[in-house]
Design a protein around this ligand. Structure first.
Ligand SMILES: Nc1ncnc2c1ncn2[C@@H]1O[C@H](COP(=O)(O)OP(=O)(O)OP(=O)(O)O)[C@@H](O)[C@H]1O
Length: 630
């Protein structure tokens, strides 16, 4: 039996000729096989793909369908369920029945068999089409100008908005939502004039009243429309963007129809499916499991809204134009904690020395872990403090403000194996574990991961080598690099300058390794460039309770204390800093790790970094098609 079915399947008379599609495939496979022999790029992958058993099976199915389509077999009977019921009754009425009859009885009673027979009958009787109401008998003389559109209502909204011409009182379709019921019907278009809904004339009605009439209808809804004479031709190009702002249609009094609106959050990737209207675009949020798009403000409209909002806010000097802190201000920040030993300059230096010795012990297989020195980290941390803006990032890119484009065009991109790796940049509130995770990642495989060696103007110590712990440079060279925007970020600590240069990062990437650095949030824009293509991982603190539990045996290094146990204030500060960071920078995070259990976080980081390098990602379009400014 099985053999017979197979034989039947193997010799279909499909439309593609006697030999069928599979014959074509066999010929193609042969040709590709020869290309494999000639070592042509990609031929091997194509060959294995064409040879895949699932493809062969799919073609068999396709050929069978083609055959049935051509033969269009008529059903032997269109009441299989009824026949099955009759059989059940007959078998039950038998006084003594055979084992075969009993088995047939059991089979026919199976719910899935009954469902199958019922589906068969529906198809055989062709009763799957909706029953439409009869056409109106008396059609007016200008009949040819009108169209009757009958839609079957389901749980979905109609997917069209209406507007009223205030002078004539006529009701028009304002827009048809992409993928909605009206759009899929292909029968209603923006600009069509609605004359009747379910037989009610709508001229002169308020749009809300029209909606009520429409909402009252059950099952089907009938529109009588005068179609727009010249439908505009739209050449829609596919556009994907990352939202740089939050939007909620429910809180936007200007939206033409809040129910048709789509909310989004910073960082969401949106597929813009319709830009016909200069003010209101139609979009879907990705990944999307709905066919229907929603209304969102266009770039220009959202920019205008942001500008209005920005001007309505009280004046706040931009971080980039804040004055540098004075010595007195620094002293004000000194707090004496009774329970901890305050680290004065000298004590601090000796701690720093110890750390440097520790750093040497982190020398794995001759690879030195650069970029973990305490001075560098403290300098960076101070840069983030709002009261002490002593560290800087490249302006103007760091001056990202609400007035920049609210949508960033993105494309789905897969790094070519021969391209340099993407830079991995970690950030998070101070003490959350950014450096711990970074160090563990590099230690896991120093042949793959490496930090960038920072620059400093401080004098080298006896054991230090330029290019290993730091690149030791003169202030003049450092200033020149700053002037030429060659730093991802830089700052001052104890009178010396420290910074991570783009060249240091590039050196690691050019060596074929994955460069892993940690940055302060205001350096985000400096690493999101065509050159570095940073993959930004945000390390988020877990809930307060979990912080207390997991950090019981951990130590924090603050500006004034070296390795003291965490206190509740540290956790609260961490949470507060995290909230601020998320509210300003969430849209730039490619991946978020909640650093709860350290081991889990390490695994998550490793997985994310692998995906960033080897799987398709949404990246700014300017990285792939560089513009003059990028
Ligand atoms: N998941 C965790 N569980 C327990 N302890 C952790 C965890 N993550 C980090 N730690 C510990 O917390 C302390 C602070 O971590 P780390 O030095 O990495 O902070 P950081 O985010 O780099 O902060 P900073 O930028 O201020 O140096 C370290 O002692 C580290 O071992």
């Amino acid at each position: 039996m099985r053999q017979a079915v197979e034989a039947q399947v193997l010799s279909p008379h499909c439309e593609l000729g006697e030999h069928g599609l599979r014959q074509i495939l066999t010929d193609v496979i042969e040709e590709v096989r020869q290309s494999v022999g000639h070592d042509i790029d990609g031929a091997e992958v194509l060959h294995s793909l064409l040879n895949a058993p699932w493809l062969q099976s799919l073609l068999k199915v396709y050929e069978c369908l083609q055959r049935f389509l051509r033969d269009s077999p008529a059903p032997a009977l269109d009441y299989a369920s009824g026949l099955s019921l009759q059989l059940l009754i007959d078998i039950r009425s038998l006084s003594g029945c055979s084992e075969d009859a009993k088995e047939l009885y059991r089979l026919l009673r199976q719910p899935h068999l009954q469902a199958l027979l019922s589906a068969h009958d529906s198809v055989a009787q062709k009763d799957y089409e909706p029953v439409l109401p009869p056409m109106p008998d008396e059609l007016p003389d200008d009949e040819e100008a009108t169209r009757i559109v009958c839609l079957v209502k389901n749980k979905q909204p109609l997917g069209a908005t209406i507007k009223r011409n205030e002078i004539t009182g006529e009701i028009f379709i304002a827009r048809v939502i992409h993928g909605g019921l009206a759009d899929r019907s292909g029968l209603l278009h923006a600009g069509d004039r609605i004359m009747e809904v379910n037989g009610f004339p709508v001229d002169g009605m308020e749009p809300e009243q029209v909606i009520q009439v429409q909402a009252r209808s059950q099952g089907t809804i009938m529109f009588k429309v005068v179609p727009i004479t010249e439908r505009p031709v739209h050449n829609q190009t596919m556009l994907y963007v990352r939202a740089m702002a939050d939007y909620s249609p429910q809180q936007d009094p200007a939206i033409p129809c809040a129910d048709a609106g789509m909310s989004f959050r910073k960082g969401d990737v949106l597929e813009i499916v319709d830009q016909t209207d200069a003010l209101w675009w139609q979009a879907k949020k990705l990944p999307s499991n709905t066919a229907c798009a929603g209304l969102i403000p266009s770039t220009n409209l959202l920019k205008r809204k942001q500008r209005e909002f920005w001007w309505s806010q009280p004046y706040q000097p931009h971080a980039c134009i804040q004055t540098l802190s004075t010595v007195e201000e620094e002293e004000d920040l000194m707090a004496i904690d009774e329970k901890c030993v305050e680290a004065d300059e000298e004590a601090f230096e000796s701690e720093e020395l110890r750390e440097e010795e520790d750093d040497f012990s982190s020398n794995i297989e001759g690879v030195y872990l650069a970029g973990f020195r305490r001075s560098m980290r403290l300098c960076r941390r101070r840069s983030h403090s709002t009261t002490q803006p002593s560290c800087h990032t490249r302006c103007p890119s760091s001056c990202y403000s609400a007035l920049n484009s609210p949508y960033e065009e993105v494309v789905r991109h897969q790094r070519h194996p021969e391209d340099a790796h993407r830079l991995v940049a970690l950030l998070g509130p101070s003490g959350v574990g950014v450096n711990e995770l970074r160090r563990r990642l590099i230690e896991m495989n120093p042949n793959i991961f490496q930090g960038a060696t920072p620059h400093t103007t401080r004098a080298p110590r006896g054991y230090e080598e330029s290019g290993r712990e730091y690149f030791f440079t003169s202030r003049e060279v450092f200033d020149n690099m700053v002037y030429n925007n060659r730093f991802v970020e830089y700052g001052e600590y104890k009178g010396s300058l420290y910074g991570t240069s783009i060249e240091s990062v590039r050196d690691v990437l050019d060596s074929g390794k994955i460069c892993v650095i940690d940055i302060e949030p205001n350096a985000v824009q400096a690493v999101r460039t065509h050159e570095l293509r940073a993959y930004i991982v945000y390390v988020k603190p877990p809930a307060l309770e979990r912080l207390r539990e997991t950090r019981q045996d951990s130590f924090i290094t603050t500006n004034y204390y070296v390795n003291r146990p965490f206190k509740d204030e540290d956790f609260q500060e961490m949470e507060e800093a995290a909230r601020k960071m998320e509210s300003h920078y969430w849209q730039f995070f490619d991946h978020v790790i909640v650093n709860d259990e350290l081991q889990d976080s390490c695994v998550q980081l490793l997985t994310a970094v692998r995906k960033a390098q080897d799987e398709p990602q949404w990246v700014p379009a300017s990285w792939i098609r560089p513009t003059a400014e990028s």
